[in-house]
Structure formats: structure tokens, C-alpha cells
Design a protein around this ligand. Structure first.
Ligand code: OAD
Length: 250
């Protein structure tokens, strides 16, 4: 994709070429082409009758730990089969040419798998940890009661992700806002922009006078406020877009 293929104003194309410090703010749409369903997609099969908001809470885990553990086991299996797509790879390659901080709401680990290194995981990472503390549990023990427990302590395990009503990892959100306010360009990729405080990160960039480009086939609450918008799938758009970033000094 050449710059001529990017439906962006000339001034913004020029900004892309001059950008040296980029924040890639990603949501579930970033991983859609890796086969990981987004939150706004209807859940499939057994999970069709539940919404994430009903399952991703401390209350749901307390009420029915097996249901919540089974849901996350299903999601872990989905993401274990997923591979980074061309969008993840394009961001990792871009970081070899300019400074890129990935601020992701995703818990699938696909940015790291693609080779990105400076990643802020606002909502944690899909892996089992002990209830209460954050000790990773590689291989939980499945008891006769169908509950997954830590093999050493016997305590129930939960995923190391942020649930609704829980605080984000210490310092992650503060750094994400700092990077958004200091960057040359923020790419808002595959996010509905509905879940705060994470969804406020691109807004912070706009309020600081930074340029924000949204990459999403659908419109979102951000769409009317961003500097530029590329309607489409991130795995199709990002390789051509990233190729235009940081090229001015080549
Ligand atoms: P959503 O599922 O809310 O939104 C995904 C967005 O990606 C939508 O706007 C889609 O239109 C768009 N999309 C779909 N396919 C795409 C593609 N191929 N390329 C680009 N965009 C595409 O996911 P998030 O915005 O990430 O929170 O949701 C934010 C948070 O809500 C999640 O982190 C999770 C959820 O509850 C927690 O788990 C705390």
C-alpha cells in the first residue's frame, strides 16, 4: 500500500513520515484476524448465552468459580491456537525504525508473540494465577469437583486479567497516559472505545494536541474526534500504514 492508497489528508501523511514516537493502542479487533473473537462479537456455542460482563467479575467467580474457570479455559484454548497476524507483525517491524509503545487492552499475548517488546498490558495476561496473589500457576490441578486449583496450595486459580470493578495493574495506566500525551502519533486500533479507564488513553492524546488515527471497520465514540480514520481491518491496513511512518529521514 503506497501513501496514495491511504485515504488521509496530505498534512497527515506528512506527519506519518515525520513521526518518531508512536503509541499503538489496541483492542480486541487487533486480534480478530488471528481468530480471537472480539468482546462485541456474539460469543459462540456454550458461551452464547453469557456476556463477558456477567463472567469477568469477582462476584461471578465467587458465585460460580467453575463457570468462570471454564470460560477462561475456553478463551485460553482459543488464544493458544492463535498466531500474530500481519497487523501485529507490522507494529513489531515499525519498532525497529521508530519508538513504538504498544498499549493493549488485549490479554492474548499476540503483540509479544509478534516481537513487540515495549508493551503495556492494561488488562493483564491470560494465564492462571493463585486466587488473591499473582503467583503464576503453570499447570493447575483439576479436582474431582471440576475446580482448578494450585497444585501446591490447593487454592482456587483465576486468570491474571483485570475484571470489571478491579483496578488496572499498578502504574500501567499512568504510563499509558504519559506516553499518549508525549507521542507524535497514536494509532487507535480495533477498539470500541467503550470500556474506561483504558478507553480514555486515546482521548488523552487528543486533549494533548497529539494526532490520533483510528483503524476500525466500524465507527466508535472516538470516530468524530480523531485526526484521521481508516475504515477497515487492521491486518489489512497496518502493514501499508506502518510503512509510511518514520520515512522522512530515510
Ligand atoms: P470490543 O470487542 O469492545 O471492540 C472491538 C472493536 O474492534 C470493535 O469496534 C470492532 O468494530 C473492531 N473490529 C472488529 N474486527 C476488526 C478488525 N479486523 N480490525 C480492526 N477492528 C476490528 O473490544 P475492546 O474495545 O478491546 O475488558 O474491548 C475493551 C474491553 O472490553 C476489553 O479489554 C475487555 C472488554 O470487556 C476487560 O476484560 C476488562
Amino acid at each position: 500500500m503506497t501513501s496514495a492508497d491511504l485515504p488521509l489528508p496530505a498534512a497527515l501523511l506528512d506527519l506519518l513520515a515525520r513521526a518518531r514516537r508512536v503509541v499503538a493502542f489496541s483492542g480486541a479487533g487487533m486480534s480478530a484476524e488471528s481468530g480471537v473473537p472480539t468482546f462485541r462479537d456474539a460469543q459462540t456455542g456454550l458461551w452464547a448465552r453469557y456476556s463477558p460482563e456477567e463472567l469477568a467479575t469477582p462476584e461471578a467467580f465467587a458465585a460460580d468459580p467453575k463457570l468462570v474457570q471454564d470460560w477462561y479455559a475456553w478463551r485460553m484454548e482459543l488464544t493458544a491456537r492463535a498466531r500474530p497476524n500481519a497487523g501485529h507483525v507490522a507494529l513489531a517491524e515499525l519498532a525497529t525504525r521508530v519508538e513504538v509503545v504498544v498499549v493493549t487492552q488485549n490479554v492474548d499475548g499476540l503483540h509479544a508473540a509478534a516481537g513487540s517488546t515495549d508493551i503495556i498490558e492494561l488488562h493483564g495476561r491470560l494465564r492462571w494465577v493463585r486466587t488473591g496473589d499473582r503467583t503464576p500457576v503453570e499447570a493447575p490441578m483439576l479436582g474431582d469437583d471440576g475446580l482448578r486449583r494450585c497444585p501446591e496450595s490447593g487454592r482456587l486459580v483465576r486468570p491474571d486479567v483485570v475484571w470489571f470493578g478491579e483496578p488496572l495493574p499498578q502504574g500501567a495506566l499512568e504510563r499509558a497516559f504519559r506516553e499518549a500525551r508525549a507521542c507524535d502519533l497514536l494509532l487507535a486500533i480495533g477498539t470500541s472505545g467503550l470500556v474506561h479507564p483504558a478507553a480514555s488513553v486515546p482521548v488523552a492524546a487528543l486533549e494533548a494536541g497529539r494526532s490520533v488515527i483510528e483503524i476500525n471497520p466500524d465507527r466508535t465514540p472516538l470516530s468524530d474526534h480523531v485526526t484521521g480514520r481508516l475504515a477497515g481491518q487492521s491486518a489489512q491496513i497496518l502493514p501499508g500504514l506502518c510503512a509510511q511512518i518514520g520515512t522522512s529521514c530515510l
